[in-house]
Every structure is written in structure tokens, then in C-alpha cells.
Write a protein that binds this ligand. Structure first.
Ligand SMILES: [Zn+2]
Length: 433
């Protein structure tokens, strides 16, 4: 199917300009004013915003193994509903993709069942928990996006050093969930004022920073591309800033929830405020925002972590860690960062498209250009709406942002010229020419 998108707004040199966009055979065939075409479906976008598809380096699709929480089909549809056309899927599924055969089978299923592009992380160690490294060369050959033990940190320095040497040899990143387990000691939220008030065990910032310090030293020694997942503390931002200054090949991501919430948001014993790493202090949150602005933090990734109602209704002490994020990321960030003038729309799109594509060398489209694959998302920036669990495509709705009024509703997401998500509002606007 070919489409003529009329009267969209696109970013040109940082400014929104009204343009039409013609999609033919999966690619952008023309961009201009007053375009006409025959034999296409025409959509009047009424000044909705068109952007290259968003890219999320960190999601949990839970499939295979935990399909009550999410599946490849529902997780990729949730991504499409959020305007994402690519997601990087973490390997904490069962069985874990720790050899070429298991990784190949998983990638085949994702290509058959997913509606967006999916990159699959391989684990760093066998079974994701042992001291024994995977075969990095075979896993690269089988299509690994990068290597990660996300969900857990690599506890042994020797194992991490050898993993970095192996990843460097095959020229793929290590994406590290940074957490020294012996410092966590059963903590469930940040070790701070809220943990004291609610009488809950706390997770100290040193659980993040102690292991990060080790990893930055090892990354410098090996030259590997070391990517830190979900940075959460001011101290970690400063360590990464210093490491970049002395030439360590380090990048990092931050989640929307760490940018928008601090531990002060936890007002009752609600498991939807429980994630790993935890919401930190307001001082940490401000440092994350500053780190984004000055380029210390490279991109935003959701850490979309679906869990069933049963797993989340147990209160902060017993609930599972993690919240969903694919379907709320853009609207929350647009509402709280762009509409408040913290950053521009162009900067937000850099953190959600150009930057993740660049740091992971994904080769996906970073601009709307004639000839480029038609991977794009369309957002209504004008009308407010409420975040509502009933609108989610995910199997899960574990997020503290339910009920919030936001802007930036996804109207349509297109992957390789095919509509993979279409909001009801836009269905009526499609006509045959
Ligand atoms: Zn993690």
C-alpha cells in the first residue's frame, strides 16, 4: 500500500514546517508542499507531527518464558503504539539466548511475530548468571545486537574483564545493568527519606557507583564500547562525564521515569513505584536532566518491564521490579520536557532516534529523506489525553503514570511503509485517491 500524508509537520533545521510526504513501496518517495499522487491512500494529518520512528534500546518482551506478562506480538505492538519502530530486547527470557541456536530461533520468531524492528541482546554469561562466558563470535554471527545480562549485574570483575575483551574482539557493545548485589542487601526502593518514612530496606547509590567505577576502569583497559543501562544517580553521571573526558569508550541511557520522578513521588505502598534501579533523590533527578543536556547521557531508553497485576499488587516490599514504558515515553517526555521548555522537540527526537541509532550503529533512518525507508511515527501535539490502561497494547499496565493528562498522542506508526499502529482518530481521515 502507498500513502500520501498531507499537511504534516516535520522538523527542518530544528523548525516545524508543514509538508506532505509520499510513501511508495516502503520508502519515502517525495517530501514537499501540495503533493499529488494517484493510486494511493491519502491521509490529512491536520498539522500532526511526523518524525523518523523512535528507537528504544531497552525493552523486556518476556517471550519466551513469561508470556503472561508480555509476548513478542504484544510487546512490539506496545512499542508501535508508543511511536517506536525499533526496540532492543533484553535477554532475560527463558530459555536465555546464550548460544547461537537459541538466539537464531528467537530472532526468527521476532521477525515472524513482531510488528516493529527488533534487535535481540545475547547474554554475557551462560544462563545469564554464571561465571562462564558465552561464545561472542558465534552469537555475533547469529545476529546479536549487543551483549547484556540485564536484570542482573556481572558480579565478578574477572568475568567482566574477559567479557569486555571478547566483545571488543567482535566489535559489539557490552550493555551493562550495573548493580553490585552485595551492596543491595534486600533493598526495594532508594535508601533515602521515603525508605525511612515507609520503613523499607533501601538500595544505596553505591550499589550502582561501586560497580560502575570497576567497569569504567575495565572498559578503559580493554577499549570496549561500554554502554551503561538506566543510569540513576548523580554520582554515576559525574563518573561517566569524567570517563568520557579521558577517552573511555562509554555511552549511557536514562529512562523516562528516572527523568520525571524522584523518591518523593512514592506516597504510598504502591508496587508501581518499584523499579530497578529505584527512583532516586531530587538531586539525582536534576543531575540526570543536566547530563542529558550536556551530552554526558547519550539517549533515552524505556526499560519497558511488563508485570502482571498479581506480581505488582504485593506492595513495595514484595512486588516485582519494573514498570511498562513503551506506550507512555514520548507523551510523558514531550509534556514534561518540551512543553515546559526544558528542551526542544528536536533535542527530544535526538535522544529517541538519532542518538541511539548512532551509538549502536543501527543503520536505521535518522531523518525524513527521499529514498529512506518509511519508518516513521505521527503524533498529535495539540490535544491533551489521559494515560489509560484500557488503551494499552501491552499485556501489562504496571505504571505509576496512569491517569496523568499528557500531550503527544501517537496517531500512526509506520514500519517499512506498512501501518503497524493506527489510532481511531486517524482511521476516518484515510481516503482513497
Ligand atoms: Zn536493568
Amino acid at each position: 500500500m502507498n500513502y500520501l500524508l498531507k499537511n504534516g509537520q516535520i522538523l527542518l533545521s530544528g523548525e516545524l514546517r508543514i509538508r506532505d510526504l509520499l510513501i511508495v513501496a516502503g520508502r519515502i518517495a517525495a517530501i514537499g508542499k501540495n503533493l499529488v499522487a494517484s493510486g494511493v491512500k491519502t491521509v490529512d494529518l491536520q498539522h500532526a507531527f511526523i518524525t523518523p520512528g523512535l528507537v528504544d534500546l531497552h525493552v523486556h518482551l518476556r517471550d519466551p518464558g513469561m508470556t503472561a506478562e508480555e509476548t513478542i506480538a504484544t510487546g512490539s505492538l506496545a512499542a508501535a503504539h508508543g511511536g517506536f519502530t525499533f526496540v532492543g530486547a533484553m535477554p532475560n527470557v527463558l530459555p536465555v539466548p546464550d548460544n547461537a541456536e537459541k538466539l537464531s530461533q528467537l530472532i526468527q520468531r521476532q521477525q515472524a511475530e513482531g510488528v516493529v524492528h527488533i534487535g535481540q541482546y545475547a547474554t554475557i554469561t551462560q544462563k545469564r548468571t554464571s561465571q562462564y562466558l558465552v561464545d561472542f563470535a558465534q552469537l555475533k554471527q547469529a545476529g546479536a545486537l549487543a551483549f547484556s545480562n540485564d536484570g542482573s549485574g556481572v558480579q565478578s570483575a574477572r568475568t567482566m574483564l574477559q567479557a569486555m575483551q571478547a566483545a571488543q574482539t567482535v566489535n559489539l557493545p557490552i550493555a551493562a545493568h550495573v548493580e553490585a548485589e552485595e551492596l543491595v542487601q534486600g533493598g526495594v526502593i532508594n535508601a533515602g527519606v521515603t525508605a525511612k518514612t515507609l520503613n523499607l530496606p533501601g538500595i544505596p547509590e553505591t550499589a550502582e557507583t561501586a560497580q560502575l567505577a570497576r567497569d569504567l576502569v575495565l572498559a578503559q583497559a580493554t577499549g570496549v564500547h561500554y554502554h551503561m543501562c538506566h543510569v540513576s544517580t548523580a554520582a554515576a553521571v559525574q563518573m561517566i562525564r569524567c570517563a568520557k573526558q579521558v577517552g573511555v569508550n562509554v555511552t549511557c541511557e536514562v529512562t523516562p521515569h528516572h527523568l520525571l520522578l524522584s523518591e518523593q513521588a512514592i506516597c504510598n505502598d504502591d508496587g508501581n513505584f518499584k523499579m530497578n534501579p529505584p527512583l532516586r533523590t531530587e538531586h539525582d533527578r536534576q543531575a540526570l536532566l543536566q547530563g542529558l543536556l550536556d551530552g554526558t547521557i547519550d539517549c533515552i531508553a524505556t526499560d519497558h518491564a511488563p508485570h502482571t497485576i498479581e506480581e505488582k499488587q504485593l506492595g513495595l516490599k514484595k512486588a516485582a521490579f519494573g514498570i511498562v514504558g513503551s506506550e507512555t515515553a514520548f507523551s510523558l517526555l514531550y509534556t514534561h520536557l518540551v512543553k515546559t521548555n526544558f528542551c526542544t522537540l528536536a533535542q527530544l527526537i535526538e535522544w529517541l532516534n538519532q542518538q541511539p541509532i548512532k551509538i549502536f550503529s543501527l543503520g536505521l533512518p535518522t531523518e525524513l529523506a527521499v529514498g529512506a525507508p518509511a519508518d516513521l511515527a505521527i503524533f498529535d501535539l495539540t490535544h491533551p489525553f489521559k494515560i489509560n490502561a484500557a488503551d494499552f497494547c501491552s499485556k501489562s499496565a504496571n505504571t505509576p503514570f496512569l491517569g496523568e493528562k499528557v500531550y503527544g498522542k501517537t496517531l500512526c506508526t509506520i514500519v517499512a511503509g506498512k501501518i503497524v499502529y493506527l489510532a481511531d482518530e486517524l482511521k476516518a481521515a484515510i481516503t482513497d485517491e
